[in-house]
Design a protein around this ligand. Structure first.
Ligand code: 2BA
Length: 108
C-alpha cells in the first residue's frame, strides 16, 4: 500500500477531489500554505493499493493546471517576498506529488 501526498492549487482542488472520489478513491483534504509564496493550497492524503497509484497520479495530473502567480495580484509575505524575489511572476504547479510506502493501515 502507498500513501500519496499531493499538493494541489486551491483552484483545482474541488475538481481533483470529485474526480478521485468518483473513481472510488478515498481522500483527505488539508488546507495548507506554500512556504515560498505563502499562498493557500490543498494537500490531499490518499491511501491506495500499489496497483492504483498510476491511476491516482493520472487523475491528479489531468485536473491540475500550471499557473503563473503574479506577485502584484496577491499579498505575499513569505520568504520569497522577504528576499525581494517576488518581483517576477512565479510558475506554480500543476501538482506536486509524493508517494510513500505504508507499513500498515488500520481503522478502529
Ligand atoms: P510554494 O512553496 O508557495 O511555491 C510556489 C512556487 O514558487 C513553486 O511552485 C515554485 O515555482 C516556486 N518556488 C518554491 N520554492 C522556491 C524557491 N526556494 N526558490 C525559487 N522558487 C521557488 P511548485 O514547485 O509548483 O510548488 C507549489 C507548491 O507545492 C509549493 O508552494 C509548496 O506548497 C508545494 N511544494 C512544492 N515542492 C515541494 C517540496 N519539495 N516539498 C514540500 N512542498 C513542496
Amino acid at each position: 500500500m502507498k500513501l500519496i501526498i499531493a499538493i494541489v492549487n486551491n483552484e483545482d482542488s474541488a475538481v481533483v477531489s470529485a474526480a478521485l472520489t468518483r473513481e472510488h478513491f478515498t481522500v483527505t483534504k488539508l488546507s495548507t500554505t506554500g512556504g515560498f509564496l505563502m499562498v493557500g493550497n490543498t494537500t490531499f492524503l490518499i491511501g491506495a493499493e500499489d496497483k492504483d497509484v498510476p491511476r491516482v497520479k493520472d487523475i491528479i495530473n489531468k485536473f491540475s493546471q500550471t499557473r503563473t502567480h503574479n506577485p502584484s495580484s496577491t499579498a505575499s509575505f513569505g520568504r520569497g517576498f522577504a528576499e525581494g524575489a517576488m518581483d517576477a511572476p512565479v510558475t506554480v504547479g500543476g501538482a506536486t506529488v509524493f508517494v510513500l510506502s505504508v507499513d500498515s493501515m488500520d481503522k478502529y
